[in-house]
Design a protein around this ligand. Structure first.
Ligand code: FAD
Length: 390
């Protein structure tokens, strides 16, 4: 790894672009900018790489969405994931075993049907199937009480950490500077840019990208911008490894239960706990473990003796319409937002990073940057993405 060592390298006084947040979003943008020749850039991360949501997620990568824009973005993101190892020389353990969503009612099935039609139109081979057909894909499933399912074989899972390491390595190899354990404490708005104050000194930048995930409202507030996204804790756990037997990521719509088997054999999964208030608390709770165990054993009785080895939590960065917040807020030219990615920022990072970098290096501006502006919340909004798990 060719990282700038966090404790030894001095912070430069000036740079073209500062990216705040060394999660998958910040690092993907950094890599894509550096790849396009913009290497005069600095990434500032308050902790270690993957300390935020990016190091705490389920690694799910899917094209099953309810809005056309997300389906098309994810078609492209999956293609980028497939190229990742070749391009960045890091194995991300990407496995396309599909995603299987299970519905318990007619209303849920109607939702799936509508999504499947849209996904098929966009070129995603999702199929609406019966519970019996779902058992052909996962023979261990207890399907009584299920109404229908949908399955797309080209969705998959990957191991999140190497993904960040690959982007970090790719960006720094091309000249980007990455500082971990360097929190941004304040930002002054200056003529022609921003003065970013950190624990290791201050740096002037023509442009700042706010990729601070669940902490993005705090960072935006430093330049007087109020963001409507907020953090909600999501818990997840990992089991002892089992011989590979489970192909797809399985998810139950009514409970928000999801689980998959990693390439190392662990069963990794979570479930929705309703009624949580916004918090950046990432503590783990017994309540989660009890709910998850009950739900997973109900539909996979064969897992009832399974031992859970590790439990943790991370923040979903929530927006009310399920879409991210992108582009420049009013009155703050050169201050770019890239946050509000809910529970799907990991899978979106490759394509979002690519389009952000294209735009910031003078290329075309993808329509998503107009759709997902902060201003939409005061201007009637945009189509809601409602196919969120967890
Ligand atoms: C339990 C769980 C399961 C999930 N499952 C999936 C999934 O299967 N698939 C998927 O695509 N997504 C999933 N997600 C969502 C996904 O993890 C996030 O959307 C994504 O990681 C967001 O990336 P980010 O870079 O915006 O945020 P983060 O990874 O949180 O990065 C933001 C970074 O900014 C840093 N930072 C904050 N403030 C400052 C500051 N003042 N100065 C410097 N640095 C700062 C933080 O330390 C952090 O590292 C899941 C999330 C959770 C919690």
């Amino acid at each position: 790894m060719s990282f700038v060592h966090p404790t030894k390298a001095p912070l430069p006084h000036r740079t073209d672009t500062v990216i705040i947040g060394g999660g998958v979003i910040g690092l993907s943008i950094a890599y894509q900018l550096a790849k396009r020749g913009l290497s005069d850039l600095v990434v500032l991360e308050k902790g270690y790489l993957a300390s935020g949501a990016s190091g705490r997620n389920g690694g799910g990568i899917r094209q099953q969405w309810s809005t056309e824009v997300n389906i098309r973005l994810m078609l492209e993101s999956v293609a980028l994931c497939k190229e990742f190892a070749k391009e960045l020389r890091v194995n991300i353990w990407f496995r396309q075993g599909g995603y299987l969503f299970l519905s318990r009612s007619e209303a849920e099935t109607e939702r799936l049907e509508k999504n499947v039609r849209l996904q098929n139109r966009c070129g995603v081979p999702t199929r609406l199937i019966s519970p019996q057909e779902a058992r052909e894909i996962v023979p261990e499933l207890e399907t009584s009480g299920f109404h229908a399912a949908c399955y797309n074989p080209t969705d998959g899972v990957l191991f999140p950490w190497p993904f960040l390491w690959g982007y970090a390595q790719g960006a720094t190899a091309r000249g980007a500077k990455l500082f971990t354990f360097t929190p941004v404490a304040a930002i002054d708005v200056e003529e022609g840019g921003y003065l970013v104050h950190t624990s290791r000194g201050s740096i002037h930048a023509r442009r700042v990208v706010n990729a601070a995930g669940a902490w993005s409202p705090q960072v935006a507030a430093m330049v007087g911008v109020a963001l409507p996204d907020y953090p909600v804790r999501h818990e997840i756990c990992s089991s002892e490894p089992l011989k590979p037997f489970l192909k797809p990521m399985v998810s139950v719509l009514s409970t928000g239960l999801y689980f998959s088997q990693s390439m190392r054999g662990e069963i990794i999964g979570g479930v929705t706990l309703h009624g949580d208030r916004p918090t950046l608390n990432m503590g783990s709770r017994l309540k989660f473990l009890a709910t998850y165990s009950r739900q997973i054993c109900k539909i996979m009785p064969c897992l009832s003796e399974l031992k859970i080895l590790r439990q943790w939590a991370g923040p979903y960065d929530i927006t009310e319409d399920g879409n991210p917040i992108l582009g420049e807020p009013p009155g703050r030219p050169g201050f770019y937002l890239c946050c509000g990615f809910m529970g799907h920022g990991f899978m979106m990072a490759p394509v979002i990073g690519k389009y952000y970098a294209e735009w910031l290096t003078g290329g075309p501006r993808h329509e998503i940057f107009d759709r997902c502006l902060l201003q939409r919340f005061d201007q009637g909004g945009i189509e809601k993405e409602d196919f969120i798990i967890g």
